[in-house]
Design a protein around this ligand. Structure first.
Ligand code: KG4
Ligand code: ZN
Length: 340
């Protein structure tokens, strides 16, 4: 049979992404971001994101096709994020994907955004092992998953967050410190100049015996807010770099400790860390250090494949096609609160 050439479409938040994947290989992609348009609001404004997607869909698709050296007629399958995400944002990419699939008369697959994050790693490091632990850390989710075959087998949630996601905590703390949106890269940059031990912020649920894989990040955000208020009350300058560094240390400590613990307890020798927060340099370094110590293989996609993109959605589409999955059809609806 001919190799599938899968076009993936992502629009669940503030990134418009198109990627083209064939048999596990990324052929090319296009990416547009409306992040700068949300900066003054300190977070993504759904209506602004949706309008930006509408502006970006055609030019970004053209960039992806050119990057891949692929003509529209070469595309054999279309895959698009159907959820979870901002409803108005998901609708734009999904409608574009339906139009493309209809015009080309090719099958359409709805893709879960988080499966996309996990599959992103396969574009860099090849197929996932038969059984692994995946830590997903994004703006909307923080979960430790036990995964066998990403598209064939049920995914076991070992634990999720009770409140804020890790990326959300970065974004909220960044806003508190006046560092803007998106918060992750801003905090990470500020932290380079700071002392990670200057403040001891709470590590919630770190030793939660009954819930070893459950997260909670609203407490650390509140602790940062209280610290900033107290310092401001004294009239002293807020030590932004030290707070950023100590906050980053607290979050990374919890993420790495729990993910590594899951590998040890489940006796699995591969840890995969994905999602926007996986682009964080301190997280990558700390995870590598712990994994090296314990003989765990760590897989983390390159930073550009950690944050939202179309290639990761095409990667899931390609896995679905090759596993013989049924297409979703052109009637597929957006599922803004889809669970994995
Ligand atoms: O996966 P993603 O692009 O979108 C969602 O699915 O949510 O993740 C976005 C999140 C944002 O909260 C952003 O602040 C965070 O990932 N992020 C980072 C870094 N780059 C992006 N967090 C920490 N350090 C980074 N370098
Ligand atoms: Zn994402």
């Amino acid at each position: 049979a001919l190799s599938p050439v899968v076009l993936g479409v992502e629009s669940s938040c503030d990134e418009t992404g198109f990627g083209i994947v064939s048999e596990g290989k990324l052929l090319g992609q296009g990416l547009a971001s409306s992040a700068s348009k949300h900066a003054e609001f300190g977070g993504v404004v759904p209506e602004i994101a949706a309008r930006a997607h509408l502006d970006a869909v055609v030019p970004t698709l053209q960039i992806a096709l050119k990057d891949a050296g692929v003509e529209p007629k070469d595309i054999t399958h279309v895959a698009a994020t159907s959820g979870p995400g901002l409803a108005t944002a998901v609708h734009v990419g999904l409608a574009a994907a339906k139009s493309i699939a209809w015009a080309l008369d090719k099958p359409l697959y709805g893709v879960h955004h988080l499966a996309g994050h996990a599959a992103a790693d396969t574009l860099e490091h090849g197929p996932l092992p038969e059984h692994s632990i995946i830590l997903i850390v994004s703006g909307g989710h923080t979960s430790i998953l036990e995964v066998r075959d990403l598209v064939r087998d049920p995914i076991v949630h070992l634990g999720d967050t009770l409140d804020d996601a890790a990326g959300e905590a970065f974004d909220k703390v960044s806003r508190l410190l006046g560092l803007g949106y998106p918060g992750g890269p801003a905090i990470s940059k500020a932290a380079l100049e700071g002392d990670r031990e200057a403040f001891r912020f709470p590590r919630a649920m770190l030793r939660a015996g009954d819930h070893p894989y459950t997260f909670s990040f609203s407490g650390v955000k509140t602790a940062v807010a209280r610290t900033v208020e107290q310092i401001e009350r004294t009239g002293a300058a807020v030590p932004v770099a030290d707070i950023a560094a100590s906050f980053e240390e607290a979050v990374v400590d919890v993420l790495v400790t729990k993910a590594v613990k899951a590998c040890q307890e489940k006796k699995l020798s591969t840890l995969v860390i994905v999602g926007g927060v996986a682009a964080n340099r301190h997280l990558r370094a700390k995870a590598q250090e712990q994994c090296d110590k314990l003989g765990i293989e760590l897989r983390v996609p390159p930073p550009s494949l950690c944050t939202d993109n179309g290639a990761m959605i095409a990667a899931v589409g390609d896995l679905l096609v090759r596993s013989g999955a049924e297409p979703s059809g052109l009637g597929i609806a957006a599922d803004p609160s889809a669970v994995l």
